[in-house]
Design a protein around this ligand. Structure first.
Ligand code: PLP
Length: 437
């Protein structure tokens, strides 16, 4: 556990008699979160000129500031304008710029919400927003529209709507507790919520989305781990964006979670000026796997309002993937995704590895640029004749129902006669229908 000079100096300014036990207490950290420009200036010694102060104040009126003393202590004060922690935690007047291409809710999470707190987008899993608060307000938050709403930890009664929805929706096998930050709930509340969700027979796995290991690692206490342990299988995803965030405190938090037996994943967002560099990303993913965290997703920055200064071209993400595929361990490589505006869900993006294709040969290239061929079988016997009853593959029919296939899966399915997916309001098809009448 590090309690370095910078942290001591910050604690000194907050408390008359600073104690390490306070610094490591997550409730103390929350109580002393930095919420004003004045506090930020006082604690860091960084001072802004009048014009910039006025602009920053306007920014914080629209998108409030909140930084834990711990996360603040990671800012390199000498080079703060280029510091990845500063850029993620402290506002920029550019947030007030709104482009025509931006949305308040680009992923239509509110429209895909059958009941308060639930976003049900994919067939078998739901996102359950269990709090609307976070210990630190990321400046690049995709739910920026909600940041600064009245701080709100829902009551058991309010969470019940979500629980009831999951109970009456048997196709939900995976529940993702997010927010806000799911670990902003008290231990008692988490215990209750997890026991409710995990007792639903069709729920097979639960996931928690939290940035606590990054911005408030002291939230990961032995007591918390012992509560979460009761609800295996529980997967935990966190959100590291830059190697500077991997400190001895965050390593300790990750070790507690990994020792608790939770599979750990990381979701990074590609951010201009923070991590839009193949070298930085490679160091980050290596540090993550050293700490038993598997890089899960790398997100293209969403089209939320006020994020234009953070956005990179999609090509930057492809360049990063190009530098990882083949060059490093497969499990150190995230999937690069664009979360489709309008609520289409996450779409994986990769560099192209298939160069060409004939009826029995595929031409591929590898990460070194070597072009290679793969000869396909000449006499592949198409074993599937749709006679599932007499199939000798070991299919558990109850779990392999293709009749409900949707989208491209439906086009590939033999159990379904759909031959094309046509957009609604397609003019050509409308003309045809008209003629038929
Ligand atoms: C990301 C997300 C999920 C989970 O998606 P996975 O690809 O399974 O990790 C579920 N619901 C919503 C609304 C999401 O945005």
């Amino acid at each position: 556990m590090i309690y370095d000079e910078v942290q001591k100096a910050i604690a000194n300014k907050i408390d008359e008699e600073p104690k390490l036990s306070n610094w490591k207490n997550w409730k103390w950290q929350l109580k002393n979160s930095i919420k004003t420009l004045e506090q930020f200036e006082y604690l860091t010694g960084i001072h802004f000129k009048e014009k910039e102060r006025a602009d920053l104040k306007k920014t914080f009126d629209k998108f409030p500031l909140s930084i834990t003393p711990y996360y603040l202590s990671l800012i390199d004060k000498k080079n703060y304008r280029n510091d990845p922690v500063y850029k993620q935690a402290f506002g920029d007047p550019k947030e007030l710029i709104t482009l025509k291409s931006e949305f308040k809710d680009p992923l239509s999470e509110d429209r895909d919400s059958p009941v308060q707190g639930i976003t049900h987008r994919y067939p078998d899993r739901v996102l359950f927003h269990v709090s609307n608060i976070c210990s630190m307000y990321c400046r690049h938050c995709t739910r920026k529209r909600k940041v600064g709403d009245i701080d709100f930890i829902p009551s058991k009664k309010q969470l019940s709507a979500g629980i009831e929805y999951i109970k009456r929706t048997p196709q939900v096998r995976d529940v993702l507790l997010s927010g806000g930050d799911a670990l902003m709930l008290s231990n008692e509340m988490l215990d209750w919520l997890l026991s409710e969700v995990c007792s639903i027979p069709h729920v097979e796995v639960v996931r928690i989305g939290t940035r606590m290991p990054v911005v408030l690692p002291y939230r990961i206490t032995d007591e918390l781990v012992s509560i979460l342990k009761k609800y295996q299988p529980l997967w935990i995803n966190t959100h590291f964006n830059h190697p500077n965030e991997i400190t001895s405190s965050s390593k300790e938090a990750l070790a507690k979670l990994a020792d608790g037996g939770f599979p750990l994943g990381n979701q990074s967002v590609l951010l201009s000026g923070v991590n839009d560099c193949p070298k930085i990303m490679k160091i980050l993913v290596h540090k993550l796997v050293q700490n038993r965290v598997r890089p899960y997703y790398l997100y293209q920055c969403d089209l939320s309002e006020g994020l234009s200064h953070f956005r990179t071209p999609v090509g930057k993400g492809i360049e990063i993937m190009e530098s990882l595929v083949g060059h490093t361990s497969g499990f150190a490589r995230p999937t690069f995704v664009i979360d489709a505006p309008g609520g289409g869900g996450k779409i994986p993006i990769m560099p192209n590895y298939i160069i060409s294709w004939s009826t029995n040969k595929v031409v591929l290239r590898n990460y070194e640029g070597v072009i290679t061929t793969y000869k396909e079988p000449d006499n592949y016997k198409h074993t599937c004749d749709c006679d599932c009853e007499n199939c000798n593959l070991e299919i558990n029919m109850a779990e392999a129902d293709e009749s409900e296939a949707i989208g491209i899966e439906r086009l590939l399915s033999n159990a379904n006669e759909t031959i094309a997916l046509v957009p609604e309001n397609n003019k050509r098809i409308q003309r045809r229908n008209h003629k038929n009448v």
